[in-house]
Design a protein around this ligand. Structure first.
Ligand SMILES: Cc1ncc(COP(=O)(O)O)c(C=O)c1O
Length: 321
């Protein structure tokens, strides 16, 4: 078994809290508190990816995501802290008054190319074409795909399971719920649980890709990681549960009902959820576990996304409770 090295970027262990919402207790792992500028789930993956970029003596990193990508923002900041420049390939349009993550991307000096949806569907090709051009000029580029989800990046959530197992007896838990964008977080959790021989359900709420597509991505990453790092475990595919239909309004949109839940939840608990990932995942968690009083058997991971809120200030303020 090969255990990859990493740099330290995240404030871990993040707290595991028992929180009460609408009269019911539930468990929440606060990965939104893994840092400030560098916060949320992405920072755990970037610890491994930036280590590798440094090892390969990268002059710059390329990465990608939506125009409010939390991953892209975190990658820019993590790279900057390692003395590496960034170029982003973002799905969306430039805005003069860029807010949230896009504002931070610009503030930290990332070079940005904006892509339409069709171009974004072949973004990996585009990044590797651009990399080849720079290689000819003697520049070394480390390419990080969407969400930092590679067989190396998902180690962030393999080691997360180890961290969580030191905070509580995971044999008493039935499942862990998370938002799935690129699928790396879910894949890491599946592998981490398999390595510790835990029969844990990983409940993923797909916000970006269809159920079929995200399942394929998650298994591809998890199986690839087991092979690449010669891990002594087998994947139990039945342990991945997809809660589909919680982002049918589209990745870049959010329904008024979900915004109301976010506002209610914030007022009741003080915890802020984001519009693209955790607001949707929490809606699913609430309907499937919390209102059924199963919140102490199922952990909700708050994966961060705080800066995405600032791109949606008006909708957040208008939300009714
Ligand atoms: C706040 C937040 N939560 C969850 C996710 C999903 O993580 P993954 O891409 O590993 O599925 C992301 C990124 O995509 C994110 O930014």
């Amino acid at each position: 078994m090969i255990i990859p090295k990493k740099i330290q970027l995240a404030n871990i262990p993040t707290p595991l809290q028992t929180v009460k919402f609408e009269g019911r207790n539930f468990l929440i792992k606060r990965d939104d508190l893994s840092g400030l500028e560098l916060s949320g789930n992405k920072v755990r993956k970037l610890e491994y990816l930036i280590y590798q970029a440094k090892k390969e003596k990268a002059d710059l990193i390329f990465t990608t995501g939506g125009d409010q990508s939390n991953h892209a923002r975190a990658a820019v900041i993590a790279a900057a802290s390692a003395g590496i420049k960034s170029r982003l390939f973002l799905w969306g349009k430039d805005k003069a008054d860029a807010d949230g993550n896009l504002f931070l991307d610009k503030f930290y000096g990332a070079e940005i190319s904006f892509l339409n949806k069709i171009e974004y569907s072949r973004v990996n090709e585009i990044m590797f074409e651009e990399r080849a051009k720079l290689l000819k000029k003697g520049k070394n580029v480390y390419v990080i795909p969407e969400g930092g989800s590679t067989t190396l990046g998902i180690w962030g959530y393999i080691s997360f399971i180890d961290e969580l197992s030191k905070q509580m007896d995971l044999r008493k838990i039935e499942g862990i719920t998370i938002a799935a964008g690129s699928g790396g977080t879910a894949a890491g959790l599946l592998v981490g649980a398999a390595l510790l021989k835990l029969n844990l359900k990983i409940i993923a709420v797909n916000v970006l890709y269809s159920k079929k597509e995200i399942e394929r991505k998650i298994f591809h990453l998890a199986e690839g990681c087991i092979l690449d790092f010669k891990l002594p475990c087998d994947l139990n595919k039945n342990n991945l549960i997809l809660l589909d239909g919680y982002s049918s309004e589209g990745y870049k949109k959010i329904t008024e009902d979900k915004l109301s839940l976010i506002k209610n939840f914030a007022k009741a608990t003080g915890i802020l959820l984001d519009p693209a990932y955790t607001g949707k995942a929490f809606t699913a968690y609430n309907e499937n576990f919390l209102i059924k009083n199963k919140g102490m058997k199922n952990i909700f991971i708050h994966t961060g996304g705080i800066f995405g809120i600032f791109g949606r200030r008006r909708e957040y303020l208008k939300a009714k409770i």
